[in-house]
Ligand binder design. Structure first.
Ligand code: C2O
Ligand code: CU
Ligand code: CU
Length: 513
């Protein structure tokens, strides 16, 4: 437990609180920047790491240990991460559609965990519900006395489930090829635990994807983009171990909106560089940041050809000069580096960022090479979203409620209440969900995928296409999505994927019946 004194010292000692209030860019900013005490590393010097591929212990079975580890993130310093297999990002699971896998997660961390497969069509018992915890062997867990009252949340004692040491998560994976990711989802502590490293990729393949001539192998690169801040000794800097403390002690104005770091990491390395040949590459972009939004662009110019979205391939490719990504969104894109002469340095920048956070990573085009990939004009059969098919329509309003220590982020005015579903959609139906907001709230729905029907009464944005599980809802926007409840009955959740908002009560159960 972090003491109040240390917490206050940490928070008040922060000098780098950027004022989130000036100009056009700030309107796109979704959190408060926490600056590093450490001198920032030089950009584009560290090679891009590629996370290790998880190896099954026997066909269809994996075992992963969540443990602390010391790693070198900023050259010359070490950072303690909490990682799956002690790595950040965790290992990449390469799995196949409809080939079920079981992942045994052993927790050797000092804190309880719950692991969620984001984008997975997963039975409720394996979905990583926030109160369904794995507690390390020999460590106890006592539910907070009197239920939880942070941010108006109350947890009935019956809601806690504890697994001692380890548990198995079952993933049927009866879903289209897609870039999924897994991360911690512990009640009240998701933001600090993901910040410390508990996240990784799960990539689902299928025959439809395999049949396409898209770049493969070394030219198919997962890119987990997130921001962090560092203490002088190299450890991760975060305002408080318990995000609920962000609001108490009168510093809520500082971090209520969410925590952003001043160092951009890709696959766990600061502003890395990847040497590429002058050919096409498939880049699986994931925004794994707690709060930061990015508008990715290429300098000196270039285009991202989007082939897939959160939940799989698009019907046809869509070219973008810029891609805006809210937390948890994925964009599967192809970049053709043959457009640049060898020797060119192509920088992926974040035009919503300022200062060092404006850079993301660099590609160094080394040499020409044989091209054996292509982006066909038709990619996949994607059923269009049909509004008239909806069995119901519902409104979910994402909004801040209350002031000072009473403040929380709520859905329809309600703080998260485990076990009290806000909706009971029927399995096999579709519904229109109308999402409204007072701030940046990337809205995520577990298990059920959706398509964006409209944005502010108009057509969806060019980057809203395909089946998705997370949608970028900006201040005072109205976004309608058509959600398809296919998969499993049971208790699931929807929430804001700004992880600080999530920990501050912006979640809700829904029950598929
Ligand atoms: Cu990626 Cu419920 O979250
Ligand atoms: Cu999810
Ligand atoms: Cu939010």
């Amino acid at each position: 437990m972090i003491s109040r004194r240390r917490f206050l010292g940490g928070a008040l000692g922060v000098t780098g609180l950027a004022a989130a209030g000036c100009g056009a860019v700030s309107a796109e900013t979704a959190g408060q920047v926490l600056s590093s005490a450490l001198p920032l590393p030089r950009p584009f010097t560290v090679p891009l790491p590629i996370p290790a591929v998880a190896r099954p212990t026997r066909p269809g079975h994996y075992e992963v240990v969540q443990r602390p580890a010391k790693v070198e993130i900023v050259p010359g310093t070490t950072t303690e991460v909490w990682g799956f297999d002690g790595t950040f990002p965790g290992p990449t699971f390469q799995v196949r559609r409809a080939s079920p896998v079981t992942v045994r997660i052993r927790n050797e961390l000092p804190v309880p965990t719950s692991t969620h497969l984001h984008g997975g069509v997963t039975p409720a018992g394996s979905d990583g519900y926030p109160t369904d915890l794995v507690v390390a062997e020999g460590r106890g867990f006592r539910p907070p006395p009197g239920g939880h009252s942070h941010h108006g949340m109350r947890v009935d004692p019956s809601q806690w489930t504890l697994h001692a040491g380890a548990r198995d998560y079952a993933y049927p994976l009866d879903q289209r090829a897609a870039t999924l990711w897994y991360h911690d989802h512990r009640m009240d502590f998701t933001a600090p635990q993901v910040w410390r490293g508990l996240a990784g990729f799960m990539i689902v393949g299928d025959d439809e994807d395999d049949a396409l001539p898209l770049p493969r192998g070394e030219r198919d690169v997962p890119l987990m983009i997130c921001d962090r801040a560092f203490e002088e000794d190299g450890s991760f800097r975060y305002p408080a171990a318990d995000p609920s403390l962000l609001v108490s002690a009168g510093v809520e104005a500082a971090y209520m909106e969410g925590v952003e770091g001043d160092v951009i990491l890709v696959n766990g390395a600061p502003w890395p560089v990847l040497e590429v040949s002058g050919t096409r590459y498939r880049l699986r972009l994931l925004n794994a940041s707690n709060a930061r939004r990015y508008r990715l662009e290429l300098t000196p110019g270039g285009r991202f050809v989007q082939v897939g979205s959160d939940a799989g391939l698009l019907a046809a490719p869509v070219a973008h000069e810029a891609i805006t990504m809210a937390p948890a969104e994925r964009f599967d894109v192809v970049v053709d580096f043959s457009a640049y002469p060898p020797g060119t340095e192509v920088t992926m920048v974040n035009t919503l960022g300022t200062g060092p956070a404006r850079d993301v990573m660099r590609f160094r085009v080394a040499r020409r090479a044989r091209e054996d990939s292509a982006v066909p004009g038709r990619l996949a059969v994607v059923e269009p979203a049909v509004r008239s098919s909806a069995a119901a329509s519902r409104l979910f309003d994402f909004r801040r409620t209350g002031q000072g220590p009473e403040a929380s982020w709520t859905i329809n005015g309600l703080p998260f209440r485990p076990g009290s579903p806000l909706a009971r959609p029927r399995l096999g139906t579709t519904e229109v969900w109308r999402l409204t907001s007072d701030f940046h709230h990337p809205v995520h729905v577990h298990m059920a995928h959706f398509q964006v029907l409209s944005r502010n009464g108009r057509a969806p944005a060019a980057t809203d296409g395909g089946w998705k599980d997370t949608v970028d809802v900006r201040p005072y926007e109205v976004v309608e999505v058509l959600v398809r409840f296919e998969g499993f009955r049971g208790r699931y959740m929807m929430h804001c994927h700004n992880l600080e908002h999530e920990d501050m009560a912006m979640m809700a159960d829904f029950e598929v019946v």
